[in-house]
Design a protein around this ligand. Structure first.
Ligand SMILES: [Zn+2]
Length: 476
């Protein structure tokens, strides 16, 4: 069991975690008090509930768009014509609700207890809505997932022009409407049970106006809420931000009042054109000193061909780092191992990307990013958010140090139990009250429809087989 001694995680053996309602009473050996129920977990690793601050809560599309050649990839964006004349919602409100139920169930199956969802705007007519998030908060409360929710909003969309060049097209009124929906939802969510917390989730810095960013900062300060903004994600983004605002993302964030401890930044790899993207030591220190947190998403980034340089450099500079899955599957253990290996490659040494650092990133790092000292640790007084890995599973193989074993021999598919706020929300692959097989069948058919709708957005209207060629020829 990974307990916490007030300073850092620490390992107990033959231990128990005792909780009452949503609070932990005791962690470790030596409990002699009364309990209502005892759950024997055998040879298991018990860790604080995993925190995923860039969690897919939608149909993920990275299996479609992370491997194509440049010509095909142009067709994965909206065409300018689609933006102007044809954009529409591919799914109904009920279907979007089902998609989110399925995605949140996946989070619980993979041992995630706290999530901040990431949107997939590809199938919507603009971005997420107030209504969708009312539905989603109801679903989250039913499932028992702890969640930080806010509909995404944007004033611009990445498109492909007729001549094949990339561009961003704007609709400031849509951005204003989106912010208004986000504000309304935040006010609504303040009145919900503690499990659902509001947050502001503007999409990406290069699809926002300075005015929208500044209004977001004002609202977040006024309501004392977090803001998550995809940022410093590509050289193209640096060029766009420079062309529109004449500054780096960091300077823009500071100017609009967002560069502070409320801010969570997924990706954070490319800092300035002047230094070729890779952050200089002063740039990293500036980010760290602002109190903003990085949401590290190693699987998505690797699938898109990059990684931060490097995890150890960012940690040494004092950057608060949380973990995010950002794509399917929401397997934070896979993310931890990948991040560890990427850190070794980037640093050129084996003691980079330590298992201890990755365990902190997935737990206390996320908690710090949220300003929650009661999450991400197993200690008396903390929230009873617990993730259990089955180390009796034969496929785990040899067990050595439990955390290294977790990273190198197991995955989040070895989670046997997920507890959120003292409620067992997943046990042995089952979620109480949910028909996972039926749900999966419905989600598959909606995914198939999402895929079939790419040709209408492609600038050349190429068919599905051209946009997503199979790995191998199909035999008749
Ligand atoms: Zn992302």
């Amino acid at each position: 069991m990974l307990g916490h001694d007030g300073r850092d995680h620490a390992i107990h053996r033959d231990a128990s975690v005792v909780y009452e309602d949503d609070r932990i009473l005791h962690v470790g050996p030596g409990w002699s008090g009364e309990v209502d129920e005892t759950i024997e977990l055998g040879n298991s690793l018990i860790v604080p509930g995993l925190i995923d601050l860039d969690a897919v809560a939608d149909l993920d599309h990275i299996i479609l768009d992370s491997w194509g050649d440049p010509e095909v990839r142009k067709g994965h964006q909206w065409s300018a014509d689609y933006f102007t004349n044809h954009r529409r919602d591919v799914f109904t409100r009920e279907e979007r609700r089902l998609i989110r139920r399925f995605a949140m169930a996946q989070l619980l199956l993979h041992g995630v207890t706290t999530a901040m969802p990431i949107a997939s705007e590809v199938h919507s007519s603009w971005a997420e809505t107030y209504d969708d998030f009312v539905d989603m908060s109801e679903e989250a409360l039913e499932l028992g997932l702890r969640i930080y929710l806010g509909p995404s909003y944007r004033a611009g969309v990445h498109v492909t022009r007729e001549d094949g060049t990339p561009d961003v097209m704007w609709s400031v009124p849509n951005g204003e409407q989106g912010l208004e929906g986000a504000r309304r939802f935040a006010e609504y969510a303040v009145g919900l049970p503690e499990l659902v917390q509001p947050v502001f989730a503007p999409c990406r810095i290069e699809t926002m106006t300075a005015d929208l960013l500044a209004k977001t900062a004002d609202l977040a300060t006024e309501m004392d809420l977090r803001v998550r903004l995809h940022c410093m994600q590509s050289m193209r983004e640096l060029e766009l931000v420079n062309a529109t605002h004449g500054s780096t993302p960091l300077d823009l964030l500071e100017k609009v009042g967002l560069l502070n401890e409320r801010l969570l930044v997924p990706h954070g790899k490319y800092f300035s054109l002047a230094s070729g993207g890779r952050p200089t030591d002063p740039e990293l220190r500036r980010f760290a000193d602002s109190g903003a947190a990085l949401v590290h998403t190693p699987i998505t980034e690797a699938r898109l061909g990059y990684t931060i340089d490097s995890l150890d450099r960012y940690l040494d500079a004092g950057v608060t780092i949380a973990l995010g899955s950002d794509c399917f599957p929401p397997d934070l253990v896979r993310g931890m191992e990948l991040s560890s290996n990427l850190a070794k490659i980037m640093e050129g040494r084996l003691d980079a990307g330590s298992a201890a650092d990755l365990m902190r990133v997935a737990t206390t790092g996320g908690a710090k990013a949220l300003g929650r000292s009661d999450l991400g640790r197993l200690a008396p007084g903390a929230q009873a958010d617990v993730t259990v890995f089955d180390f009796d599973a034969v496929t785990v193989g040899m067990v050595e140090d439990p955390i290294r074993t977790l990273l190198m021999h197991a995955s989040a598919r070895d989670v046997s139990m997920t507890v959120v706020a003292g409620r067992t929300v997943m046990r042995h692959g089952q979620i109480p009250g949910l028909d996972l097989v039926g749900l999966r069948r419905e989600a598959q058919s909606l995914f198939d429809r999402m895929k079939s709708c790419y040709p209408e957005r492609d600038v050349q209207h190429r068919d599905v087989a051209t946009l997503f060629p199979p790995t191998f020829e199909s035999l008749p």
